[in-house]
Design a protein around this ligand. Structure first.
Ligand code: NAP
Length: 292
């Protein structure tokens, strides 16, 4: 498994496992735990959750039941809009408690809420100082949000987790992040999970350019898209429930895309978001509470 070294020296596995809406949105049951255990048995060690996914307990049970040493795992969680600002430290503690962990590898601001960002980040810096989290990061931050944080951050953000797939290549944001030494973590790398309601027929996994490349390399369309990220030094966190998907998404090292193939995927960009736009997301997010 290849890793990327974050700007504070912490190593993050380039391929992670997304956990949003395994089974259903905010399900926290044994099926979720078993799906994560399957991913662990195949070799995934990096898991992406968030307080609002409502599945931190299921991930915590999987960590415990797997018997894997804690230091072999890389666990990310995120502070939700309604818990930012003054509520950040308590939200972090609740995440730790649900996960049954005593530290996180990465803690992110889930969505930018500029009036709260300073208070949220300063609370996260304290958690970092106390060694309760190994790296701090951002998610869905726009250039202006990153510029805002740069004016006061004592601890630098290490990454920005953004929606990124062949129909939303985010070239400008990727260049900006790479220039500022922020790792790029791609969410919905395959074009989103069941939570989005987007039919599979509209996703890049059925794009003819990608299907043709998959046939040429004897792999799946999902593998092509994930490899396109990995070869460009990005981190991808695909979610999958089917054992076949979980397994295939992990097998990315027996083939290589050419420069021309990478460019051909880049050129599929349509500036199309399957998820929310950070310009308006908070208006919706603030009405969504974090489940207990
Ligand atoms: N920071 C944020 O705001 C944010 C927002 C959204 C998501 N995320 C994170 O990003 C993760 C991934 O995003 P996502 O869950 O939206 O979607 P995704 O990973 O792009 O796509 C998941 C969907 O693709 C299917 N799939 C998986 N592997 C496949 C393959 N090889 N071939 C064909 N289909 C395949 C899955 O099917 P099956 O499940 O049936 O196998 C599932 O329906 C989330 O789980 C979450 O951790 C973060």
């Amino acid at each position: 498994m290849t890793t990327i070294t974050l700007n504070n020296g912490v190593e993050i596995p380039q391929l992670g496992f997304g956990t949003a809406a395994i089974d259903e949105w905010q399900e926290d049951n044994s099926y979720v735990t078993d799906t994560i255990l399957k991913a662990m048995s195949i070799g995934y060690r990096h898991f992406d959750t968030a307080a609002v996914y409502g599945n931190e307990r299921a991930l915590g049970r999987a960590i415990r039941d797997s018997g894997l040493p804690r230091q072999e795992l890389f666990i990310t969680s995120k502070v939700w809009d309604t818990e930012q600002g003054r509520g950040t430290a308590a939200a972090f503690e609740r995440s730790l408690e649900r996960l049954q962990l005593d530290y996180l590898d990465l803690y992110l601001i889930h969505w930018p809420v500029p009036p709260y960002t300073r208070e949220t980040w300063e609370a996260m810096e304290e958690l970092y100082d106390e060694k309760k989290v190994r790296a701090l990061g951002l998610s869905n931050f726009r250039k202006s949000d990153i510029e805002q944080i740069a004016t006061f951050a004592r601890v630098r953000p290490t990454c920005n987790q953004i929606e990124l797939h062949p129909y939303l290549t985010q070239r400008e944001m990727v260049d900006y992040c790479q220039f500022h030494k922020l790792a790029v973590v791609c969410w919905s790398p395959l074009g989103s999970g069941s939570w989005s309601g987007v039919p599979a027929t509209e996703k890049p996994i059925v794009d003819p350019v990608i299907i043709q490349m998959a046939q040429k390399h004897g792999v799946t369309a999902g593998q092509i898209i994930l490899k396109w990220n990995i070869q460009q030094h990005r981190i991808a966190i695909p979610k999958a429930e089917s054992l076949d998907h979980i397994r295939k998404n992990f097998l990315l090292y027996d083939f290589e895309l050419s420069e021309e193939e990478i460019k051909a995927i880049d050129s599929l960009n349509r500036y199309h978001r399957f998820g929310a736009d950070p310009d308006v997301a908070h208006e919706i997010n603030k009405k969504v509470p974090v489940p207990d």
